[in-house]
Write a protein that binds this ligand. Sequence first.
Ligand code: 1GP
Length: 245
Amino acid sequence: MTNIYNNILQSKAKKEKLLAILLDPDKIDLKNLAVLVEKINHSPATHIFIGGSLVETDILDDLIIKIKQNCSLPIILFPGNPSQISNKADGILFLTLISGRNPDFLIEHQVKAAPILKQTHLEIISTGYILIESGTETAVERVSKTIPLDRNNPDLVIATAQAGEMLGNKLIYLEAGSGANQTVPTEMIQLVALNIGIPIIVGGGIVDLQGIQKAYIAGADMVVIGTAFEKNLNFFLNLKSNIVN
Ligand code: 1GP
């Protein structure tokens, strides 16, 4: 049996940093999947996240089966809504958008997803998802109809992360939004890391090695890279030996 969360905790204890590649099934051409998987295998990635706003389950199943044929990294669903569940993955970030006040993303989608998840073997990882203002409106903001937290008000972000931890979230995800103009501020990551005990994921708008390292040094346990790899499959080519651990 897989235990993704325990592995994340162990990495945190050993100060080994983790890296997730986010794949959006709608943007993947199955004909080029072999190349994509080869690039992932030659990257420093430790996890694969799969998610997007329009994904259908049948595409998901097929994609995950094909990735697993040639890649042994844990595949974790990062769903935008309850229809994006596939039993072929290893786990799921069971997200609550705790920065927002939209009941659909706080509890409604989760209630719809629970009976479906009960029928799967997926490892369910309760995750407090915190959207941080990043300059311009991002897709997650649009889809969730929530207002991100002020990037200049770390106190509210800290309190939100603490509330997530107290509610039983196992991870806190600080999200600037896919393709964001501005990443989550490093001081904010630092302050959150000082004030909670659970692992922190950071993503959104990180496009280079410096951005990855800054997030790690500030206290991110895992960094998520989506757009930069999507745009350039060679993104990780020269990064592997340079990533700090
Ligand atoms: C989005 O945090 C992830 O949910 C990744 O963002 O696409 O900007 O890398 P990018």
